[in-house]
Write a protein of this length. Sequence first.
Length: 225
Amino acid sequence: MNIDIITLFPELLDGPFNASIIKKAINAKLIEINFHNLRDYSSNKKKQVDDYQYGGGPGMVMMIEPIAKCIKKLKSKKHYDDVIYLTPDGKKLNQSISNELSNKNSFIILCGHYKGIDQRVRDLYITREISIGDFVLSGGELAAAVLCDSVIRLIPGVLGDESSALYDSFQDNILAPPIYTRPSEYDGLKVPDILLSGDKNKIDIWREEKSIERTKKIRPDLLEN
Ligand code: ADE
């Protein structure tokens, strides 16, 4: 998979892609991530990429020219399945969107800043708008890191234990069951006997029951769907 990220602050993304599972996936060539600094596409002497909004109002708006130039250049070299804009007014990210994106070959992610981007970028180039939740971040970079992480871990071969993503919370629209490791007793708190029983069938049933119990308590809305 190939992900091209258009950003004004590539340094914000140094950390998330340089450790753990994503780094391993990059090293194993299962995924390639490239950053494109939007300022490099500004024809303005001061490398300006934003301007005041028509009609008045607070906050600057990212201009169409540098964004269009960057997207056109990327598209001239490669086919992209999607051009994603990260924005609080996009469709809320969930596991099913992550699953869908994990099957794509390549996509562009545009990170917004300031008040957002000129509407014409959305009209002309954006194929999908995603929000990572009902709150506002200072920019799309941290949202891009969240989106990429949730997608990349689903690509076959990325996780050591192939099956482990299957047991993630939300994969079946329910939360994951409680998990334990050694020691089997800590401060009087014992690991449930069933998990030490070695009976795989009973353990599966217990886990499902606990998942449903937890979902009912914490996220009943998931069971309604
Ligand atoms: N940019 C700013 N806030 C955001 C959010 N909640 N999701 C995605 N992109 C954003």
